[in-house]
Design a protein around this ligand. Structure first.
Ligand code: ZN
Ligand code: ZN
Length: 137
């Protein structure tokens, strides 16, 4: 394995082992544990390649730093407005998802490859802390 492909494989492995949708900075610090002399630029370059190869997703969620997702399949996300964590909603909303792509294709004439839904609100942890003290009864 060449040095370059080793860097790429390490990044992909790290992304696949987490479901926290990490930022490039976090990925960088993890890669450095295995390849101490790697640079942040290298990490960005490899992330770009992996994205082009369709192996990772880049999530540009509004008002947030770019996060990366090692799960490249069509899936939806929930973002907590309070702690900023991003959760996968695997299977929670996929009934009819392909139907939706077809419908949009039909109505617009566009070729829909995939779509992504982003749900917003408070996660379980933040939900409870948010309502403690506020609402009574
Ligand atoms: Zn939260
Ligand atoms: Zn995801």
């Amino acid at each position: 394995m060449t040095r370059h492909s080793r860097q790429k494989e390490t990044i992909l492995k790290i992304l696949k082992e987490t479901n926290s949708h990490p930022t490039a900075d976090w990925i960088y610090s993890e890669v450095r544990k295995e390849i101490p002399n790697v640079s942040l630029g290298t990490v960005y370059r490899n992330l770009r390649v992996l994205k082009q190869e369709g192996k990772v997703l880049e999530l540009d969620l509004v008002g947030n730093v770019t996060r990366y997702d090692g799960n490249h399949r069509n899936h939806d996300h929930f973002r907590c407005e309070k702690c900023g964590r991003v959760f996968d909603l695997n299977g929670a909303v996929d009934a009819g998802a392909l139907e939706m792509d077809k419908k949009i294709s039909k109505r617009t004439g566009f070729k829909v490859l995939y779509h992504r839904l982003e749900f917003r609100g408070f996660c379980k942890d933040c939900k409870s802390s948010d309502f403690s003290g506020g609402l009574s009864g």
